[in-house]
Ligand binder design. Structure first.
Ligand SMILES: [Fe+2]
Ligand SMILES: [Fe+2]
Length: 278
């Protein structure tokens, strides 16, 4: 177990930075964890990729445990339109109970998101200059990552904390019941250029443990449409140079060298989506 993961209680929200919390669900039965995040700033709060309908009660309990009232949530950000992040929109709208609640996404996503029975105003990131400024002046900046994996996919950078909320990008599948919130690469794994083992439970001969790259590779291979879409999105992340990457699945990257090695490894993958099939 890595240092940051020691004494973490996954039944509670986990603070990532000032006002930033993981409010996700540690599903010990599944290889795929969903990670919604809450930003709490002054009287305002923003929920990013709020989660599925089955996860709603867990996510909401954690939101409340951060000390905020649901009515403080002013914006819901949805970085694309999949059910694992959008499924609980009606539940959230009901408990937040604000007529001025804004749902931030991108025009390409909104025709699909509205099918979750959305009542709130839907705002496209392009209409607000690709940034959201909170009442305190805190700026959340949005970067379009087309086809990684949806046409309207985007990622969100919190300038105050340096955290990049990367949606499905940097997501990973973990071994069942061996998931940790914070990822720390084994020192041999960063520079490794060997092909990764096929399955998340397979052990790597070098480190006698499962290989981090396996879950990352499988996830990106299955979820991203092609090499070009993934590599383009990674080049955007490279330019942002976040201090932490908080994806919607898998684990959080918080060490500079791990972020750099992971970008390198993902950039080298050339069998993503249709490119791995044809
Ligand atoms: Fe997705
Ligand atoms: Fe997802």
């Amino acid at each position: 177990m890595t240092v940051l993961n020691q004494n973490l209680d996954y039944d509670k929200p986990v603070k990532l930075a000032e006002g930033v919390y993981w409010v996700g669900f540690n599903d010990t039965q599944s290889r795929l964890h969903s990670n919604p995040y809450l930003i709490h700033d002054g009287d305002e709060a923003v929920l990013i990729d709020g989660g599925s309908r089955p996860d709603f009660s867990t996510v909401m309990r954690k939101v409340l445990q951060t000390g905020i009232r649901p009515g403080q949530i002013s914006h819901l950000i949805y970085q694309h339109y999949d059910p694992d992040l959008c499924g609980s929109i009606p539940n959230l709208e009901q408990i937040i109970g604000r007529s001025d609640l804004k749902l931030i996404s991108k025009q390409e996503n909104n025709p699909f998101i509205r099918h979750y029975s959305v009542r709130s105003e839907m705002v496209c990131i392009d209409r607000i200059g690709r940034q959201l400024t909170l009442q305190s002046g805190r700026v959340l900046r949005f970067f379009s990552t087309p086809y990684a994996h949806s046409a309207g996919s985007f990622i969100t950078y919190d300038e105050s904390s340096g955290i990049l909320f990367s949606s499905d990008l940097f997501g990973g599948i973990s071994e069942v019941s061996n998931w940790e919130l914070f990822l720390e690469l084994h020192q041999k794994c960063g520079p490794c250029t060997q092909p990764q083992p096929q399955e998340p439970d397979d052990l790597c001969d070098d480190i006698q443990a499962p290989c981090t790259w396996t879950g990352l590779h499988l996830f990106h291979q299955q979820i991203m449409p092609c090499n070009k879409a993934l590599h383009h999105a990674l080049s955007i992340v490279q330019a942002i140079r976040p201090t932490m990457i908080a994806p919607q699945h898998g684990s959080i990257f918080y060490r500079r060298e791990d972020i750099d090695y992971t970008i390198q490894r993902l950039m080298a993958m050339n069998d993503i989506g249709i490119d791995g099939l044809v």
